[in-house]
Design a protein around this ligand. Structure first.
Ligand code: FMN
Length: 171
């Protein structure tokens, strides 16, 4: 059975333009995969805590030496990674806010980017360990660039930032 994960990063939750674009894709996918499973992670409704030194230390501490608090921190990250691993298809609604990706989405990537688990370092840069995913990104932004050389065919800053992270994790 195919599994689709929809991640909405709009601060307007399901009302955001990027979420609505993602919804159109999800609806088409549902029709094509009537037995498929869809889960939704809405980052406006489930805000991600920022990465802190305490959280990073929990990741770096060997499993058998972790405190209760560190185990909880790692379990939170593990559950997000499991959700990603289980997905064959990922639909990301991506708004552009203040010249880049939403901070909630950056925080999300900070919980799922774990060296040795979702990517590894190689002499040629990071190599993603989340295999065989199809990722669709639905980017929304304001109209200020319309008709300028920064429009059409060029990746905007948010798209560039999101794709760099997706490409680092998903092979
Ligand atoms: C706080 C905020 C900051 C924004 N910053 C930018 C920006 O830097 N560049 C841009 O092109 N549009 C910007 N916009 C416009 C949004 O990209 C646009 O409204 C888009 O539809 C947002 O996606 P959403 O509707 O899915 O939330 C901004 C909008 C908001 C609310």
């Amino acid at each position: 059975m195919k599994n689709l994960l929809q991640i909405n990063a709009s601060l307007f939750a399901a009302g955001g333009q990027s979420s609505k674009l993602g919804n159109a894709m999800v609806e088409a996918w549902r029709k094509a995969h009537p037995h498929g499973e869809v889960s939704v992670l809405d980052l406006a409704q489930n805000p991600m805590p920022h990465l802190t030194a305490e959280r990073l230390q929990a990741f770096l501490t060997p499993a058998e030496q972790r405190t209760r608090t560190q185990r909880d921190i790692v379990a939170f990250s593990d559950s997000l990674i499991e959700q990603l691993r289980a997905a064959d298809v990922i639909v990301l609604g991506l708004p552009m806010y203040n010249f880049g990706i939403p901070s909630t989405l950056k925080a999300y990537f900070d919980h799922v980017a774990r060296a040795g688990i979702t990517f590894r370092y190689t002499p040629n840069g990071p190599q993603g360990l989340l295999l065989d995913k199809k990722v669709y990104v639905f980017a929304a932004r304001g109209g200020n660039y319309a008709g300028t050389p920064l429009d059409e065919g060029k990746r905007d800053a948010a798209l560039t930032q999101a794709l760099a992270r997706i490409e680092a994790l998903a092979a």
